[in-house]
Design a protein around this ligand. Structure first.
Ligand SMILES: C[S@@+](CC[C@H](N)C(=O)[O-])C[C@H]1O[C@@H](n2cnc3c(N)ncnc32)[C@H](O)[C@@H]1O
Length: 248
């Protein structure tokens, strides 16, 4: 066969093969993507596939964990301003319930929950700050509340025992949590059937608060379903109180 004809045929063959190869690659990639998505847990409603594929790590700004004086949390009018009994009612905290107070600070909420649930149930005071937990330990002894257990959690893990609680509250804490989605996924494992999660915070850009919509989106990504939202926890209605349950 003349050399020129050979080159001509070879060139045509290449023109035919290259697009076929490209189509093949695309469909392999598509299948791989589909199988990755199929093996992942189903996307909660309102979450796009891209968001679901992203790791549970958040990169938005978060507040620096509070390290100041604990008396800040002990305003004598706080019970009434925050309507703490109404908060506990909404979270179905009653005698015999076990509760986790994540980001417990001075233990202001911990001791109130401990009095309500009584001696037959535990209240876990979780914080990353060892000094605050030592303070809560002493406070529990002083106030005769033997049902309080302190736990030094991690940025992304409250280290709660599995299936140990009926209610969890993060009060003025969510905006400080460095990795909230990871922390909440682990919190989910600690929640018994029907347990509720409450989050009290105020709108902001992560420094002293966090926008409610950001919280709802992240908590949903962690596998929870929003049940209700309230604005009675501060007289000027600047704070929100969100209530979630574990998703299906
Ligand atoms: C602003 S204080 C609120 C204290 C308390 N909840 C209150 O309202 O009285 C926030 C607390 O959350 C704690 N904190 C921050 N990140 C945390 C995390 N990932 N896990 C547990 N506690 C955390 C801080 O150490 C601090 O004690």
């Amino acid at each position: 066969m003349p050399r020129l004809l050979r080159y001509f045929l070879l060139f045509n063959l290449l023109l035919l093969i290259c697009p076929l190869a490209l189509i093949g690659c695309a469909s392999v990639t598509e299948r791989a993507t589909q199988s990755t998505l199929a093996s992942a847990s189903p996307a909660p409603s309102g979450i796009t596939e891209c968001e679901q594929e992203a790791p549970d790590t958040i990169t938005r700004p978060t507040g620096k964990p509070y390290t100041g004086d604990l008396s800040t949390f002990e305003d004598p009018e706080r019970d009434q301003k925050l309507q703490v009994n109404r908060v506990m009612d909404i979270l179905k905290i009653k005698e015999g319930s076990s509760v986790a107070d994540i980001g417990a600070g001075s233990g202001w909420f911990t001791v109130r929950a401990a009095r309500r649930v009584g001696t037959g149930a535990a209240v876990y005071a979780v914080d990353i700050n060892r000094d605050y937990l030592d303070y809560i330990d002493k406070r529990a002894k002083r106030e005769g509340l033997a049902n309080i257990r302190v736990i030094q959690g991690k940025d992304n893990d409250p280290l709660l025992p599995e299936k140990s609680v009926d209610a969890v509250l993060l009060m003025k804490t969510y905006h400080e949590v460095a990795q909230p989605i990871q922390l909440l996924k682990r919190t989910r494992n600690a929640m018994r059937a029907g347990a509720l999660l409450g989050i009290i915070d105020r709108n902001g850009n992560g420094d002293h608060g966090i926008d409610k919509d950001v919280v709802i989106k992240e908590v949903t990504r962690a596998g929870f379903v929003l049940l209700d939202q309230h604005d009675f926890v501060k007289p000027d209605r600047a704070d929100y109180f969100l209530v979630f349950r574990v998703g299906p």
